[in-house]
Ligand binder design. Structure first.
Ligand code: ACM
Ligand code: ZN
Length: 689
């Protein structure tokens, strides 16, 4: 039996190993995503005279080409060796019997050379990405050993090329970065109301008509007629991938061990299809709704023909069929949909949607493919083999996993990188919210608290970059990077190896390298950070005092209730987003009208509250703020009357409306009037001093 005394040398050696590791930590802080296990050796490898490249194992000619290309991109001069070299080597061994898994690898560097082993070509490829990151300007490499493999098999990015078309060249440039980060799925959102973006031979109007519109900005288009125009019309804005473009992208991605997953939206988000083929509408009348008619056989004939062409181009096992946000409104009014429901015994429109998804799944399964869809495909009953992409939160994903379905997590609170990543006033116009790098990085798709029965179905994680507000390529890259780097590390690295501060240092370097390479990522060095007021609770005279909400301001929106009636005096200031449970949102005509009871007559020198304005989602400043005080709660004296001209602006703003002076009072009435713009008023705290 071991005694404590026997353990002392063991503990001491463990401590020593830890100290040694801390001292030598630097080299692995070059590799993103951070690798699994690293141990450090003595000395280094001098690769300045080049290395002898030797590849062994059964690689297909295609994999051989991919691996050799990746080796040549590491920044070391390579000479192809015919036999296993004894020194100055870079040896790559494909050994299907080794324990690295489908994408893992082991990599050892000592003074003689670099030895890499993997069970599959992707592992060799990823090892070479790590090696490339370790090569210094002086072409020296630290002696070390790495055992590395991904935590999740699915590490993806959604690129929306529907709202604004992006070219094949643009997509390939993003694929280059993904590959360096060991990401392996590019989900292309090819179809949506604002434009169809993939050639389909059977339906040429999808690209000669549905791919083009007049207003270039999505906002103008959405707020206007939402129509399409023929290709070649003067001023037509849009574009599409030809089949050859798509094949080129697929091949380019495959050379980097990335699978391209095409998304063809159904039954919702199909306005552009209906605009082109009105016979697939429930009513067959032009109208503003984007759901395909599920009653008509023509809908299935068309979708299957399209998918038939899609699976010829995209070898991906997964085909994304959308499934999100169908309004289902027209289906209850449609004879064909009603007949379908009657004949199939469907009791609700949710079941009607589910009928469609089941049928499409069966059709794709017969052809060897699997469907993946947004979490709404759970409604009305999930198709038997479907994988769920959980976006409205994690609930859909958890329910699907509990039922034994595979899940990709992309909850909007962490993975929707269409929200601004820094102080919104410093960022280009975007959808609302605030999603900084640190918050993305804090996400864990399968935390320790998740039961193993559920966690085993979590395939991985994806960043979604919707493009409604993103007109230019430069802006798109600005939104994508560096937040997608965080997704790469969440998808690959073990939670115990993740550390935000170290990650951020690496991300700054990656961003700098990208900038030098002509990319336009958000320049992380210049990050402003969260709203300063929100960082600590503040103390003031009204903190904790009771607030009475006068009608109708009592009816603040339940979704933006924050701390309900305590919100305005709880000492907690809001962040850059109204969706943080700190800002309280008022939607009714009355605006904000509250009375704070200070409990006793008090000397008051200032009263102020902040409001925000983000016009995109309809959040506006007040047009008038009135402040009045009273000693008895009956007779009020107005002390401030602050008028404000509300101007629609592209950039969000924050503004304080307040009074300063000296007055004695017990009750404070703070009233903020809404302007003529319909939308929310948001306020976080009424600060009294
Ligand atoms: C989605 O954001 N509607 C999937
Ligand atoms: Zn119908």
């Amino acid at each position: 039996m071991r005694t404590i005394r026997h353990l002392i040398p063991l503990v001491a050696s463990l401590l020593l190993a830890l100290v040694a590791r801390a001292a030598a930590d630097e080299p692995t802080n070059l590799i993103t995503p951070v690798p699994g296990y690293v141990s450090y050796g003595e000395g280094m490898l001098d690769a300045s005279r080049g290395l002898n490249l030797y590849i062994s194992g059964k690689l297909s000619a295609e994999d051989m080409r991919r691996i050799e290309t990746a080796a040549n991109e590491c920044g070391i001069e390579l000479r192809r060796a015919k036999r296993m070299p004894r020194k100055e080597f870079l040896c790559l061994t494909l050994d299907p019997g080794c324990a690295s898994g489908a994408e893992g690898y082991s990599l050892t560097i000592d003074s003689r050379g670099v030895a890499i082993t993997a069970a599959a070509p992707a592992g060799l490829y990823y090892a070479l990405q790590s090696l490339g990151a370790l090569v210094s300007d002086a072409l020296t490499l630290p002696a070390l050993s790495i055992e590395d493999s991904p935590r999740f098999e699915y590490r993806g990015i959604l690129v929306d090329i529907s709202r604004h078309f992006r070219t094949k060249e643009f997509l390939m440039r993003q694929i280059d970065v993904m590959a360096r980060l060991k990401m392996n799925r590019l989900h292309l959102h090819l179809t949506d109301a604002a434009g169809w973006r993939i050639e389909v031979e059977a339906y040429p109007e999808l690209t000669s008509y549905a791919a083009w519109r007049k207003p270039a900005t999505w906002k103008e288009w959405w707020n206007g007629e939402r129509g399409h125009v023929w290709e070649g019309t003067e001023g037509a804005y849009g574009g599409y991938l030809t089949k050859q473009d798509a094949r080129d992208i697929v091949a380019y991605a495959a050379d980097r061990y990335i699978t391209v997953i095409p998304e063809i939206e159904m039954p919702g988000h199909s306005d552009e299809v209906l605009a082109t083929y009105p016979e697939l509408r429930c009513t067959q009348q032009p109208e503003r709704q984007g759901d395909l008619c599920v009653g008509k056989e023509a809908t299935f004939a068309m979708m299957q023909t399209i998918l038939g062409e899609i699976i010829e181009i995209f070898p991906s096992e997964y085909i994304h069929i959308g499934g999100d946000e169908a309004s289902k409104g027209s289906w209850t009014e449609c004879d064909d949909c009603r007949r379908r429901m009657r004949e199939e015994g469907l009791e609700s429109v949710d079941e009607l949607q589910s009928y469609m998804i089941h049928r499409i799944e069966a059709w794709l399964n017969e052809r060897g493919r699997q469907i993946i869809g947004w979490d709404e495909i759970l409604e009305g009953g999930l198709a038997p083999n479907a994988t769920v992409m959980s976006w409205r939160g994690e609930e859909g994903g958890l329910a699907a996993a509990a039922a034994g379905h595979n899940v990709v997590m992309s909850p909007h609170g962490y993975c929707y990188i269409d929200a601004p990543q820094d102080a919104p006033y410093s960022q280009p116009e975007s959808i609302g919210g605030y999603l900084p790098l640190e918050k993305v990085y804090s996400y864990d798709p399968a935390p320790a608290t998740m039961s193993e029965d559920v966690a085993r179905y979590i395939l991985g994680v994806q960043a979604n970059l919707w493009a409604e507000f993103i007109v230019t390529d430069e802006h798109y890259e600005h939104m994508l990077w560096p937040r997608a780097i965080a997704i790469a590390e969440i998808g690959w690295s073990k939670p115990e190896n993740r550390n935000y501060q170290l990650f951020r240092e690496r991300a700054v370097k990656i961003v700098d390298a990208m900038l030098a390479d002509g990319y336009t990522p958000f320049d992380l060095k210049n990050e402003i950070g969260n709203r300063p007021e929100s960082k600590q609770p503040i103390d003031h005279l009204a903190r904790g005092k009771k607030v009475e909400y006068l009608l109708p301001s009592r009816y603040y929106a339940p979704k933006y209730a924050a701390a309900w009636d305590d919100t305005l005096t709880d000492g907690l200031r809001g962040t850059w987003t109204y969706a943080d449970n700190r800002w309280q949102g008022f939607l009714g005509r009355g605006g904000v009208d509250v009375i704070i009871d200070m409990e006793e007559v008090t000397t008051i020198r200032s009263i102020a509250a902040d409001f925000m304005q983000i016009c995109g989602p309809g959040v506006f400043m007040p047009c008038l703020v009135e402040i009045a005080v009273s000693e008895d709660g009956e007779n009020y004296t107005k002390i401030a009357d602050i008028e404000h001209e509300v101007v629609v602006d592209e950039l969000p703003s924050f503004k304080s409306f307040g009074w300063q002076g000296e007055v004695r009072a017990r009750y404070i009435r703070y009233k903020a009037h809404r302007s003529a713009y319909s939308g929310f008023l948001f306020v976080d705290e009424i600060v009294v001093n």
